[in-house]
Ligand binder design. Structure first.
Ligand SMILES: Cc1ncc(COP(=O)(O)O)c(C=O)c1O
Length: 397
């Protein structure tokens, strides 16, 4: 019967990773993959994670199931980290949480919860957005629409168009997916005043914020990167959060994330908690524990937390430094707009104003690897090759 299946289209990113790996040019610059890399191109296990693993190995005395909502210490400590330990979201009893299989699992669980509560809801996503948002959320059967977000030519957020689209076309009860920080693929984040404007608009139109926080700590710093989420949590009766520990704890393959539903009342939160658990059971039954146990160990120990924060900050500062260097190198050659955009953008990604042909040229003629969309991962750059990178980008434009 399996011969009836249709062949899946080749994965463009996987294909590109293979081509980049096969390129033997010693001057190769690989900005394609979506993971953090250090100055020698490695993605090491973070120090605090290694230490937590040692302790876990020593202390763990059973592998019995932990529960349908995952590791309770992880859910509690990670929620506090993100929302703020003394925030109303935490103290009010209005927040239902569960451990999820990465940010992706959290997005899927969040979308399923929205569907259960309001099957007629449309989920609005930014143009452009992370390539997996539509498949993950669309698999629930919910309708997806797009709002304008970023203009690749001007390299700026289309904020007026974003607001106009949501004001004119979003319906009561629709959910708006917002990148909490470090927008993927553009790196262009809302300013504090833009967060306020969009919050006012959504509140007035009775829209549900659905916040995807996949890069907390890698933009402006841990607390600052939760600015939008915390603002919304302070004024909305309800919101949904999908957060990831893949990037900021470097726990990619362990699949650790958190889904949260802030509800109007503690009773509603109990209902949401129950339905998230039921959805989890229907999808995978019990979630895995290892990664969440590590995060819980780190966040429960002040010394480990401090070390984790130091290393996270080093990663952030490295990327900010690379952005500034690339900006300077572009500016020297007169590319003012691109220099300003890349310097100001946050996190791992920026979207270069290149066509697919120009992206092809960067790969084939200059051994500079990026996605067809023009997305680069700044963490793939090195101080020594920044000038060459600027030259190559400008050569194809
Ligand atoms: C915007 C965004 N959300 C969510 C995720 C999910 O990450 P993971 O499922 O690996 O935790 C990613 C990963 O690249 C992302 O870029």
């Amino acid at each position: 019967m399996f011969e009836t299946l249709s062949a899946t289209p080749p994965d463009a990113i996987v294909g590109m990773i293979k081509i980049a790996a096969a390129d033997t040019n010693p001057k190769k610059i690989d900005l394609g993959v979506g993971i953090y890399q250090d100055k020698v191109g490695a993605t090491p296990v973070m120090r605090a994670v290694k230490e937590a693993e040692k302790r876990l190995l020593r202390e763990e005395d059973s592998k019995k199931y932990i529960g349908i909502h995952g590791n309770p210490a992880f859910n509690s400590l990670f929620s506090k980290l993100i929302f703020g330990a003394n925030s109303e979201a935490i103290t009010s009893g209005r927040l239902a949480t569960a451990q999820a299989a990465g940010g992706s699992g959290a997005l899927r669980l969040g979308a399923e919860l929205i569907k259960l509560a309001n099957p007629a809801a449309t989920i609005w996503v930014s143009t452009p957005t992370w390539a997996n948002h539509q498949p993950l959320i669309g698999s629930t059967g919910l309708r997806i629409k797009q709002y304008p977000y970023y203009n690749k030519e001007t390299q700026r957020i289309d904020f007026d168009d974003m607001c106009a689209e949501l004001r004119d076309n979003a319906k009561v009860g629709d959910a708006v997916l917002l990148h909490g920080c470090c927008h993927n693929p553009t790196g262009a984040d809302l300013s504090e005043s833009q967060w306020q404007t969009i919050a006012d608009l959504m509140l007035e139109k009775n829209l549900l914020p659905f916040v995807d926080l996949a890069y907390a700590g890698l933009g402006d710093g841990l607390a600052q990167d939760s600015y939008g989420l915390r603002l919304l949590a302070g004024i909305f009766p309800e919101l949904v959060l999908a957060a990831s520990c893949s990037k900021n704890f470097g726990l990619y393959k362990e699949r650790v994330g958190l889904v949260g539903a802030l509800c109007a009342t503690p009773d509603d939160a109990k209902l949401a908690h129950g339905q998230i658990g039921l959805t989890m059971r229907r999808m995978i039954s019990m979630p895995p524990d290892h990664g969440a146990a590590l995060v819980a160990k780190i966040l429960a120990d002040p010394a480990l937390t401090a070390d984790w924060k130091t290393e996270l900050e080093d990663m952030r500062v490295r990327m900010t430094g690379l952005r500034a260097s690339l900006g300077e190198a572009l500016l020297v050659q007169g590319a003012e707009q691109m220099a300003a955009a890349i310097t100001a953008q946050k996190g791992m990604f920026s979207l270069l104003p290149v066509s697919q042909e120009q992206a092809d040229k960067l790969r084939s003629e200059h051994s500079v690897f990026l996605l067809n969309s023009g997305r680069i991962n700044i963490a793939g750059a090195r101080t020594e090759t920044i000038d060459r990178l600027a030259d190559c980008i400008l050569a194809v434009l």
